[in-house]
Design a protein around this ligand. Structure first.
Ligand code: AMP
Ligand code: ZN
Length: 442
């Protein structure tokens, strides 16, 4: 265990200086040591037994980080096919927790944790929170779903490990959230970015000025793709720092990659994961700095290690060293998932490209929906855009001008002209979990 190595004095910027600032060569040596342990352990799981046998891989002969490439990728389909216990390396009695991914299609993918896994995970989350400046004295309101989703309990345990006062608020019931924030002087929240914008709307409706009435200083925003524009809106309205938080249930949950105070990409914890970025078509590694699909090998998971797991998330490595002194590389904000891609009139489009344009326009409110209408003559794009309430009062000619401007600016980004419909603030349905930004209409 790594969490007792440091004296966590309030002015030490690191939760675990030794591991967070480990020189590159030592980090690689640590990865290799942990990789060998992980592979030996994985060889006990029925799925990896099959993989090793089929590919004639002798786990004892994986002797370098490059040797990892001889092992095939693990996919979400594999997790589904070997559902529920095919990835377990320990008897079921040693499992103390189950979570599942929030996917809505097909069988859920379930993940299992031993007691040690829960502790290792909590430590990673505590490391992330501490990195942004959260300390024991903070009051942490977790507005993520508690239950099968990892964002609730994952952060809860991390914040408790750090020593915060934790309010397990869960999502929704916005007026109660605001009450809790005021009453208990919440300083840190964890919230889905689309929901944070909704909370901002409710504050406006209720005449609440969060900068005067709350003690809020930090938000962790994650669980769904979001643009820099969304972060800036959240920061400006609440008068806080918002940090991007990335993770996925298959490899623990939150705590995989996280922004430091420099907000220049997310440090991905290389003592806990081996990170590859591949071209999803050729499956080869992309050149350093090119965008591709993130592939993760877990190095500290006991009950259910994963080797070369294809996350489907698209990102790239960012160059250079971070001034914060952490040696773990940084990845760029996730631009979407390989399966999010829309093909309209032969052009590949990611929803986040549309969001980036919308959020750069001050007239645009906090929510939007992309509809893809299937037509025999080719699919059409309709973007429903909530505008700010003061804009909605304007005359027809103004609104028509705005509508055309949005269509023009989106076209410049995606090369396809969308239809645009302006709608009243708060008229699109809100979800308590991840926002649904795209609907396909057959
Ligand atoms: P789940 O396993 O249900 O928690 O979902 C994990 C998925 O949510 C990831 O694979 C990403 O697609 C998405 N996700 C999580 N955090 C972020 C983030 N900070 N930015 C963009 N997408 C994210
Ligand atoms: Zn940094």
């Amino acid at each position: 265990m790594t969490n007792s190595l440091d004296l966590k004095t309030e002015d030490n910027p690191y939760w675990e200086s030794k591991w967070e600032t480990l020189p590159e060569e030592e980090l690689k040596a640590l990865q290799l040591k942990r990789l060998k342990e992980t592979i030996a352990r994985a060889a006990r799981a029925p799925f990896y037994q099959k993989v090793f046998k089929q590919n004639k891989i002798d786990p004892e002969k994986i002797n370098s980080l490059d040797d990892l490439r001889r092992i095939p990728f693990t996919t979400k389909e594999d997790l589904r096919e070997w559902y529920p216990y095919g990835f377990l390396t320990v008897p079921k009695e040693e499992i103390v927790r189950m979570h599942s991914s929030s996917g809505t299609t097909g069988r859920p993918t379930v993940v299992f944790y031993t007691k040690k896994d829960i502790d290792t995970w909590a430590n990673l989350v505590a490391r992330c929170m501490y990195m942004t400046g959260v300390r024991r004295k903070d009051v942490f309101q977790n507005m993520m779903g508690y239950g099968l989703f990892t964002g609730g309990l994952g952060f809860h345990y991390g914040a408790e490990k750090l020593g915060c006062l934790v309010i397990p608020a869960g999502p929704g019931n916005t007026k109660r959230q605001l009450f809790l924030m005021r009453e208990f002087e919440t300083t840190v929240v964890h919230i889905i970015p689309s929901y944070a914008l909704y909370v901002a709307e409710v504050c406006k409706e209720e005449g609440i000025d969060p900068q005067k009435e709350f003690k809020l200083r930090i938000a962790f925003i994650g669980a769904e793709p979001h643009s820099e524009g969304i972060r800036q809106r959240i920061e400006a309205f609440f008068g806080i720092d918002a940090f991007n938080s990335y993770g996925l249930s298959e490899v623990n949950g939150p705590g995989v990659a996280f922004e430091c105070p420099y907000k220049n990409g997310m440090h991905i914890w290389e003592d806990a994961y081996i990170v590859e970025v591949i071209n999803p078509e050729t499956l080869e590694s992309v050149k350093e700095g090119e965008e591709g699909e993130l592939v993760l090998t877990t190095l500290t998971r006991e009950g259910m290690p994963l080797l070369r797991y294809r996350t489907r998330d698209l990102t790239k490595f960012l160059p250079g060293k971070c001034p914060c002194g952490r040696t773990h590389r940084r990845i760029d904000r996730i631009t979407g998932r390989t399966d999010d891609m829309l093909i309209i009139k032969g052009v590949n489009i990611y929803p986040i490209q549309i969001e980036r344009v919308l959020m750069s326009l001050p007239e645009v409110g906090s929510n939007y929906l992309i509809e893809v209408h299937k037509r025999p003559t080719g699919d059409e794009l309709l973007i429903k855009v909530e505008v700010k309430s003061e804009i909605f009062q304007e005359d027809m000619r103004y609104l028509e001008g705005l509508r055309k401007k949005i269509a023009r600016e989106v076209k410049e980004e995606i090369l396809v002209t969308p239809k645009v419909e302006l709608i009243e603030p708060n008229s699109l349905p809100r979800s308590q979990g991840k926002a649904q930004r795209v609907v396909i209409i057959e």
